[in-house]
Design a protein. Structure first.
Length: 278
């Protein structure tokens, strides 16, 4: 089966029904100025599903919105799962549609990781068995995203992740080992609490930072080439001047939640956040 088109794993808000602006809850905090319950439209949502303050979200205290990325789940729910029927004209679908969105978002995240792993495995010439397994699991997950609403709500996302994670971990370990032979064991920070850590200028090449808490960490000019950043929490981390070339499994929302500047070096498939210092 042909892997999903990479473009299908990118948000296309024009093809969605502002599902994230309604389905998801948020709490008054540094990320949002007010509380909003799940299933309640954001007060900035316009009749045509646009955002009235989209160009000024951070200015109005909605930085959490700028760090959210559905990875293409929104338009798939809107256009494929519900065939273009929006929740305003079809209110009977609303509650179910809002429940389907987070399931689809998680499946798309797994697909995004699998797609990157497949590319890494191909480029690094990793074992055929691993490449075949990545394709097989990707096809399975892609098939799940094409189910009916009832089928999607019945998906055990934990089981899906459990199937994919060993393959993602093996891919990352092999790539890291090739990038920094003999160093990966001493750079295992998986799940580490590095909140506010002073890592300025640190040599973190090929480090395992999978699931690490790097909130508000000082990573200015740090060398993060080929580091595994799967699920690392980079909220308010300072990446100014850092080198993230070849960073593994780094997603756009992680960058959008961090700080950086024009000197920060990024993987080619990721965009420099608009709010970073130029």
């Amino acid at each position: 089966m042909t892997p999903p088109d990479p473009e299908a794993l990118r948000a296309d808000c024009a093809s969605c029904f502002a599902l994230c602006c309604v389905a998801l809850p948020f709490t008054a905090s540094t990320d949002f100025p007010v509380d909003k319950a799940a299933g309640t439209p954001c007060r900035n949502l316009e009749p045509g599903f646009g955002c009235g303050i989209h160009a000024r979200l951070r200015e109005h205290g909605y930085s959490g919105c700028t760090a959210y990325d559905c990875l293409g789940a929104g338009q798939k729910v809107a256009q494929l799962t519900y065939g273009g029927r929006d929740w305003r004209r079809n209110p009977g679908t609303a509650r179910e549609m809002f429940a389907v969105l987070p399931v689809m978002r998680q499946l798309h995240e797994v697909l995004r990781y699998l797609a990157e792993a497949a590319g890494l495995a191909r480029d690094a010439g990793l074992p055929r068995a691993l490449r075949d397994a990545l394709r097989r699991v990707s096809a399975h997950v892609d098939g799940l995203t094409r189910g009916t609403p009832a089928e999607l709500l019945a998906v055990d996302v934990g089981a899906v992740r459990a199937e994919a994670n060993p393959l993602l971990t093996e891919t990352a370990e092999r790539v890291r080992a090739a990038a920094a032979p003999g160093r990966r064991d001493s750079r295992n920070h998986r799940g580490a609490d590095l909140f506010g850590a002073r890592l300025r200028g640190g040599d973190l090449r090929a480090a395992n930072l999978r699931g690490a808490c790097l909130v508000a960490a000082d990573l200015r000019r740090a060398d993060l080439r080929t580091a595994d950043l799967t699920g690392a929490d980079l909220r308010d981390a300072d990446l100014s001047g850092a080198d993230l070339t070849g960073a593994l499994f780094l997603l756009q929302p992680q960058l959008d939640a961090a700080r950086g500047d024009a000197a920060t070096r990024l993987p080619g498939h990721l965009a420099r956040p608009a709010h970073w210092v130029r």
